[in-house]
Ligand binder design. Structure first.
Ligand code: C5P
Length: 206
């Protein structure tokens, strides 16, 4: 059983995917971390995100990145990740790793942007998790402040909108709701309510 969870930045898809994995006792992969690992490798070695060739080379460094490295979660790395994820060669280089994880006999939960559309189009359950840009900016700001950082809401909102435009507007595997995905708008839901709604939707599909 594969559960695909897609959605824009700060929609709550990561929290929901982790909760689904716990509830249904499945392994979980946050596929954004793969793109962030490429971005961090590129950043640390002074690579140019505008070069598809340098971004592709950075894919070789993914396995060496410590998944607990706090820099993976930084805004700059997220922004580079959103740029390099538009390169078809980068997406192709990360494809097998994701499909392999999804093919585990136990089943799996994967969250990202193109899980239900490209990585596992035949996933048993697909959720497209979203929320208004304003709500997502508030959440992202709270997360940043919680980690000891500072930022202005307007700047975070501008970044969220820019990320949405890049993720949805790119030619290669753009962020989009799969035709057979269930839509879950978390704008007016607490975390517990969103998780409960996600479990209900998935339970109907399995
Ligand atoms: O989800 P997260 O914000 O960590 O992802 C970072 C970036 O990686 C996203 O902005 C998106 O451009 C890219 N990404 C992607 N496909 C995925 C997961 C993430 O293009 N499956």
């Amino acid at each position: 059983m594969v559960i695909a969870v897609d959605g824009p930045a700060a929609s709550g898809k990561g929290t929901i995917a982790r909760a689904l994995a716990r509830h249904f006792d499945l392994p979980h992969m946050d596929t954004g971390m793969l793109y962030r690992a490429v971005a961090l490798t590129l950043f640390r070695f002074g690579g140019d995100p505008a070069s598809a060739f340098e971004a592709l080379r950075a894919c070789d460094g993914v396995a060496q990145v410590d998944p607990t490295d706090p820099d993976l979660r930084s805004e700059i790395v997220g922004s580079i990740a959103s740029r390099i994820s538009a390169y078809p060669d980068v997406r192709a280089a990360l494809l097998d790793r994701q499909r392999h994880f999804a093919s585990r006999s136990s089943g799996a939960v994967l969250d990202g942007r193109d899980i239900g559309t490209v990585i596992v189009p035949d996933a048993r359950a697909k959720l497209f998790v979203t929320a208004s840009p304003e709500v997502r900016a508030q959440r992202r700001l709270a997360e940043l402040v919680g980690r000891g950082g500072t930022a202005h809401l307007e700047d975070v909102l501008i970044d969220i909108r820019a990320r949405d435009a890049r993720d949805s507007g790119r030619a290669a595997a753009p962020l989009a709701q799969a035709v057979d995905a269930d839509l879950l708008d978390t704008s007016d839901l607490s975390v517990d309510e969103a998780v409960a709604a996600a479990i209900r939707l998935v339970a109907q599909r399995i």
